[in-house]
Design a protein around this ligand. Structure first.
Ligand code: SF4
Length: 232
């Protein structure tokens, strides 16, 4: 049994942090509303995550076969050339907080609730990554997520979920027909050890992205990924 489900994750967002993110000033009449939402969220939220250790069976062209499931991406295949085990994961704000956010009937409060959900999924992912690192003694790692690059498009969520098993039963996250996750504040990916720094952002030319973690390198694909592939 290689699955690890983490479903007792404390979530206690700081009011000051929330107020700063949402630009609600200390003397704002809205601060009491924000405190109420924060308090409700703290009671209701059950952020969760699941991850597993999975093993590479084979590599073939742009395919890499993990626990019997084929993932297709040139970039992923090359990034996994020197590892034998990987860590697929899904983390979520949780269905409880998602339902609470949907029940907000004021547009402003619904937006605030969405930001709170975003904070909750970040907490879930951080806890899951810390648990993975401690359990498996991981050093430097990188992640790739389906949909972050044209090379590994969103439909690849399906095989990633297949590797993990019944993600809905484990943590309540399901895929829509268009491969989006519900709750929408959920994240998925494959974590792997690496000698070199890597982030998909290096291969993504999108401008002004608030989530960018590394600069775009317009020569990286040609230098590292565009070459005749081998197989084992
Ligand atoms: S730059 Fe933005 S859109 Fe592109 S991979 Fe990074 S986070 Fe995603």
């Amino acid at each position: 049994m290689n699955h690890h489900i983490i479903d007792a994750i404390p979530f206690q967002p700081e009011l000051a942090d929330l107020a700063r993110r949402l630009r609600v000033k200390e003397n704002s009449p809205y601060l009491a509303d924000l405190q109420r939402l924060r308090d409700e969220a703290e009671c209701i939220a059950r952020p969760k995550a699941v991850y597993k250790v999975a093993f590479i069976d084979a590599r073939n062209g742009d395919d890499v076969i993990v626990d019997g499931v084929t993932l297709t991406s040139r970039v992923l295949r090359v990034n996994l050339d020197h590892v034998q085990r990987v860590f697929p994961y899904v983390a979520t704000c949780g269905v409880e907080l998602d339902a609470w956010a949907h029940a907000q009937d004021d547009m402003l409060f619904r937006y605030w609730a969405d930001v709170i959900k975003e904070m909750a999924v970040r907490v879930a992912m951080q806890v899951a990554f810390e648990a993975m690192t401690a359990r498996y003694g991981l050093g430097k790692t990188a992640v790739m997520s389906p949909g972050s690059l044209a090379d590994w498009p969103l439909p690849q969520q399906q095989p990633l979920f297949t590797i993990l098993g019944d993600v809905k039963a484990m943590i309540g996250v399901e895929l829509t027909d268009s491969f989006l996750m519900i709750p929408n504040k959920s994240v998925s990916g494959l974590r792997f050890t690496t000698e070199e720094d890597f982030a998909s952002c290096q291969l993504c030319p999108r401008e002004n992205c608030p989530g960018r973690r590394m600069p775009y390198d317009d020569t990286l694909y040609d230098r590292k990924y565009r070459f005749p592939v081998s197989s084992i």
